[in-house]
Design a protein around this ligand. Structure first.
Ligand SMILES: [Zn+2]
Length: 419
């Protein structure tokens, strides 16, 4: 199984927007932007919402059947570890192996020495085709990188072999993610991580490093745009070099997690992948949940009441809802409207505060981030929330489609050659 050049991680908390999401991808294809849909959902989301991995497979298959989609598509076991991979094995054909936690461990000196021996030829000036500056790698650098990343690389190998023995070699796509760490991984680190994955015999097709800057959930990138652009281009060059040096799959590409809504970096990503011919995987699942809320608000009546209740619930339990997401949200409580006030808003006012349109004076990124982590409140409403999704299916679908197609796919993915 070989992942196509451009792919989009989609998915939604409650599993109702499969058709709308696939519609966005299909319409992009009609306009010459070919993107492969990948439905992803993590163990964490399943636990909070009370769904099973098989539900995502069903959602994807149903959307594909309903639209008569004949292109490739995948179901991704997102952020799996050894402890939770088992229930995903039957129904997924894409596995995002998350080894971020293992970057906090240290390697045995013997392992570090073996790695440094094997890759000692890269000590000195690492000249990577496509990178103008010289990347200096000292012996100490190599040992430090090995010390920090070898346990993660080894763990990725163990989980990969477990998946391989269940599904068979070549029957699934493998991604390795280390994005949920405190420190970004620069181009030199990425290069040696890929060396280690190749040593493990792991045919990695997408890799998700932690990039410089903040990738807060549901809002724009926060950081140095220039530094990000440079790092991204260097990562692309490092990947191409690692593919040729270590014999990794030649479609290996970067995966950008928390990739939705990072509009200010989409231009430089698009330019870099156009210029280099590199691929891209962009994960966007979280943004669709917010479009659901916008659609409900615009639907008015019971739809609006539902989203106002979710905000009231979220406001009351803000700290608990935010805690698991501390590294990927930044909310200033002083900028949040009171629950009382929001309960008097019209659907249009609610939608304008929530919709990610930086040019709109009513847009409130703090409000948006709080609602991003508030899906637990909706999950606790159980049947009430799901009934609202069914009742307001059409206004929600419109928002989901427009958001994915116009604000995401069209801005970041280049048109295919000849289209
Ligand atoms: Zn991630």
């Amino acid at each position: 199984m070989r992942l196509e050049r451009y792919s989009l991680g989609i998915g939604d908390r409650f599993g109702r927007q499969g058709e709308a999401q696939l519609t966005a991808v299909a319409r992009a294809g009609e306009s010459g932007i070919r993107v492969t849909p990948v439905w992803n959902k993590s163990h964490r989301e399943h636990t909070i919402i009370g769904t099973q991995p098989a539900d995502v497979r069903r959602e994807a298959d149903c959307a594909v059947a309903a639209l008569g989609w004949t292109g490739p598509y995948y179901v991704d076991a997102d952020h799996v570890s050894a402890a939770n991979v088992a229930p995903f094995l039957d129904c997924c054909d894409f596995f995002t192996i998350d080894v971020a936690d293992f970057t906090k461990q240290t390697s045995a000196p013997e392992e570090i020495r073996r790695f440094a021996d094997r890759h000692g030829r890269f000590v000195g000036a690492l000249s990577v085709p496509g990178i103008a500056r010289e990347i200096r790698v000292t012996n100490e650098d190599l040992r430090r990188i090995a010390g920090r990343f070898l346990p993660a690389v080894r763990e990725a190998g163990r989980i990969y072999r477990r998946i391989e023995s269940a599904r068979g070699r070549g029957n699934f796509v493998t991604e390795v993610s280390m994005d949920e760490t405190d420190e970004p991984q620069g181009p030199a680190e990425l290069f040696f991580i890929l060396a280690g994955l190749a040593d493990e015999g792991l045919p990695v097709q997408t890799v998700a490093p932690k990039f410089t800057g903040r990738f807060n959930k549901g809002v724009d990138y926060a950081g140095d745009l220039e530094a990000f652009g440079r790092e991204f281009r260097e990562d692309l060059a490092v990947i191409a070099f690692a593919v040729s040096e270590f014999g990794l799959p030649d479609n290996l590409k970067l995966s950008v997690h928390s990739g939705s809504d990072k509009f200010s970096i989409y231009g430089s990503i698009r330019e870099a992948i156009s210029a280099s011919g590199a691929g891209l995987h962009l994960k966007t699942a979280g943004t669709t949940w917010l479009e659901e809320l916008i659609g409900l608000a615009l639907g008015g009546g019971a739809g609006l009441k539902t989203v106002q209740d979710i905000y009231t619930g979220a406001r009351a339990r803000m700290d608990a809802l935010c805690a698991p997401y501390a590294a990927v949200i930044e909310i200033d409580p002083a900028r949040l409207p009171g629950a009382e006030e929001v309960s008097r808003w019209t659907g249009e006012a609610f939608a304008a505060a929530l919709r990610h349109d930086a040019a709109c004076p009513a847009y409130n990124p703090d409000f948006r981030q709080l609602l991003h982590v508030a899906y637990r409140v909706a999950a606790e409403m159980g049947g009430t929330y799901r009934a609202a999704l069914d009742a307001f299916r059409d206004p929600i679908g419109e928002q989901v489609i427009a958001n994915l197609l116009d604000r995401h796919i069209a801005r970041i993915f280049p048109r295919s050659a000849g289209a």
